[in-house]
Write a protein that binds this ligand. Sequence first.
Ligand code: SF4
Length: 173
Amino acid sequence: MLLQSYRKEIFRPECNPGFESLHCFAHLEQDVGEVLPFLNAELGGFEYVEEPPSVTFRSQGKIITVHPKMIAVNALKDEAEADKILEWLKREINQAWEKRESIEPSYSSAPRPQVFEILKMLPRTNCKQCGQVTCMVFAAQAAEGGRGAEGCPELDEIQAAKLSEYLSRFFKE
Ligand code: SF4
């Protein structure tokens, strides 16, 4: 087993202490640097950085980054959710390490959605019902994984399905 234990640290973001979400750091007792390209290959990392090494995933509205000696997770509801995600990652890290001889390591980032492609699928009325000043801002947020088709009430069923299908090519639920 590569990763055996970690120390969890939970905190509210200092930039917005009233914000109803928690951040979590897991300080790893073992160095998992060598598994990162295998983990990237297995989980389809959104961003892979070689130096200093890290792999970032976007899943269920969260950004999860694994460094050799630390895991960072943002936008958590509570401590129980942090525990669930950290235990899942620990399992994935150890499984990827055990299977590493049969995994082709990946040193590249996943393709990203194009803001302009998303914009073309939006009504482009700048109606602000999504809470953003323009459709372009909404498209930029969607390209980062922060918004989905359900966030734009102006989309009809067909347009919403088309946008959801496009975004699902890049983001795992
Ligand atoms: S609700 Fe939709 S149409 Fe209106 S501004 Fe937002 S993205 Fe554009």
